[in-house]
Design a protein around this ligand. Structure first.
Ligand code: PLP
Length: 222
């Protein structure tokens, strides 16, 4: 139940030469685990479910950076807007518009990543490369003044095949570079969120700037 400090410190070390940041994925884990990690200096935490995130936010009421990394439904946007730090899973223009609307009503500018679908599994959400690029060229995009596109998020196929994972992360890096050039604010488009417990080392070698790690730090989830 408690945090694996050794792994945490090791991962922090491994990230240094890459200048990559760590989102500690705390889904299904108790607020006490988050507190324990905060005491070691961790600020960024990732959650997948709106209900769970809002409960933890209530309990902790402290200055951690909440990353929403799950599939976000439009009707739940409002709940997390007041405190969310970065929304990783934007997978439609409709969702982006809703985030903008809610952000506007709370007077915030909310950072977002476009989720890119690259893995073989059908269940993973996201844009393909053409859709993401088309979105970036939408003239209406510049009217969404309360969102800021910071980059992309992606997941590799859940497989043992390291070369497949590597090729998918390379593809994501390519898409990231292309999207950055096309984006409205290229300097702000600086985040490539990829890599989890099983594949973060490969992701770092392929250019990840942000890894999302859960089980290596908090232990296996049930
Ligand atoms: C759960 C989850 C993670 C963390 O997975 P681990 O394998 O436990 O590191 C990362 N990203 C997303 C989108 C997740 O849903």
């Amino acid at each position: 139940m408690s945090v694996n400090r050794e792994n945490y410190l090791l991962i922090k070390e491994e990230l240094l030469p890459y200048k990559a940041s760590l989102v500690a994925v705390s889904k299904t884990k108790p607020a006490s685990d988050i507190q324990e990690l905060m005491q070691l200096g961790q600020k960024d935490f990732g959650e997948n479910y709106v209900q769970e995130l809002s409960e933890k936010q209530e309990q902790l009421k402290r200055n951690c950076n909440w990353h929403f990394i799950g599939h976000l439904q439009s009707n739940k946007v409002k709940t997390i807007i007041p405190y969310v730090h970065l929304i990783h899973g934007v997978d439609s223009y409709k969702l982006l518009k809703e985030i903008n609307k809610q952000a506007k009503s709370t007077n915030r500018i909310v950072d977002c990543l476009l989720q890119i679908h690259i893995a073989s599994e059908e269940t993973k959400f996201g844009f393909d490369e053409q859709e993401a690029e088309a979105l970036l060229l939408f003239p209406e995009l510049s009217e969404l003044e309360n969102i800021r596109l910071r980059g992309i998020m992606g997941m590799a196929t859940n497989t043992e095949d390291q070369s497949k994972i590597k090729s998918e992360f390379n593809q994501l890096k390519n898409i990231f570079d292309n999207c950055k050039i096309m984006s409205f604010e290229p300097e702000a488009f600086d985040t490539l969120s990829m890599g989890m417990t099983s594949d973060y080392k490969i992701a770092l070698d392929c250019g990840s700037t942000m890894v999302r790690i859960g089980s290596a730090i908090f232990g296996e989830r049930n």
